[in-house]
Ligand binder design. Structure first.
Ligand code: RTP
Ligand code: MG
Length: 268
């Protein structure tokens, strides 16, 4: 039996998420759904993995294997087409994978792996590369429309400012728990205004949005305006609508790391 067939058979019969076979011998299996432990195990098995065949239920793992161990001979994954697998196998995209590895490693936490989505409907390497480049050039940010704005029925007007300038990719209305509010504003836990800030954020509904675009983090913060409306540009959202330094109508993430952390908090 070919290595790849044996790997597929074991993957199907046992409760595994990844099986690697070389010269008729099983050299690695995992039941773990997360990418990180597998990725770390592969670092230790580097030499052994060369020339092996892999059957995989999670293409995020496949992507990390290809990134780190481009000499894996055959690859079969359960979630994407053979065409996409063939594209993923091409080592010329290793460089792009390096940039994507943090997303792949965080797959479990963030609940998504861009490789999965990007590789599903491509027909060749060039298309995949251009999609990956678009993805890497894009940023995501988390916006909150805070209770003071919702209470004054300004939600629609504020959303339309973002909608005109960016792509809104997700949106939800939520009355935050203390836990969510404290997680979100964790960096301010030692500030004198922390307790007041939490009471304000949980006092009513908040509208959470994920917004995408080039340099969206910086651009959203500019459109939001300075924290204190006294210092905000008059045509910024805070300049127009904020009531005070605390009740300042909107929030926008301040970095890529904050954006990913906050998106996880509000959208799971
Ligand atoms: P945000 O995080 O909400 O986008 O606002 P920001 O970056 O402009 O300001 P930041 O310093 O992160 O403060 C977070 C939120 O805490 C409230 N705040 N109150 N009473 C005060 O002195 C004070 N300072 C900040 C505001 O609601 C601010 O947006
Ligand atoms: Mg902030």
């Amino acid at each position: 039996m070919k290595d790849i067939e044996l790997a597929k058979q074991i993957l199907n019969n046992d409760n595994k998420t990844i099986v690697i076979v070389k010269d008729g011998k099983v050299i690695f299996t995992s039941e773990n759904k997360g990418i990180k432990p597998v990725y770390e195990a592969f670092n230790e098995l580097k030499d052994e993995l060369k020339g092996s065949s892999v059957s995989d239920k999670v293409v995020g793992k496949a992507a990390s294997m290809i990134y780190k161990h481009a000499y894996i001979k055959e690859l079969s994954t359960k979630l994407i087409s053979q065409n996409a697998v063939d594209i993923l196998k091409n080592t010329s995209i290793v460089f792009e994978y390096q940039k994507l590895v943090s997303y792949i490693k965080n797959r479990e936490q963030s609940g998504m792996c861009p490789i999965e989505a990007l590789s599903l409907d491509v027909n060749n390497i060039d298309e995949l590369l251009s999609k990956i480049s678009d993805f890497l050039g894009k940023e995501r940010t988390l916006v909150l429309i805070k209770p003071d704005a919702i209470e004054r029925k300004l939600m629609g007007e504020i959303i339309s400012v973002y909608e005109k300038n960016f792509n809104i990719t997700d949106l939800k209305m939520i009355k935050p728990s203390v836990e969510i509010a404290e997680k979100h504003y964790y960096e301010h836990r030692d500030k004198p205004f922390f307790n007041e800030l939490i009471s304000y954020i949980i006092r009513g509904n908040v509208c959470a949005l994920i917004i995408e675009g080039k340099n969206v983090i910086e651009r959203v913060r500019k459109i939001n305006g300075a924290t204190d409306p006294k210092n905000a540009e008059p045509d910024s959202i805070r300049g127009k609508f904020a009531l005070s330094k605390q009740e300042n109508s909107v929030h926008g993430s301040d970095s890529k790391e904050s954006a990913e952390r906050e998106i996880k908090i509000w959208f799971g």
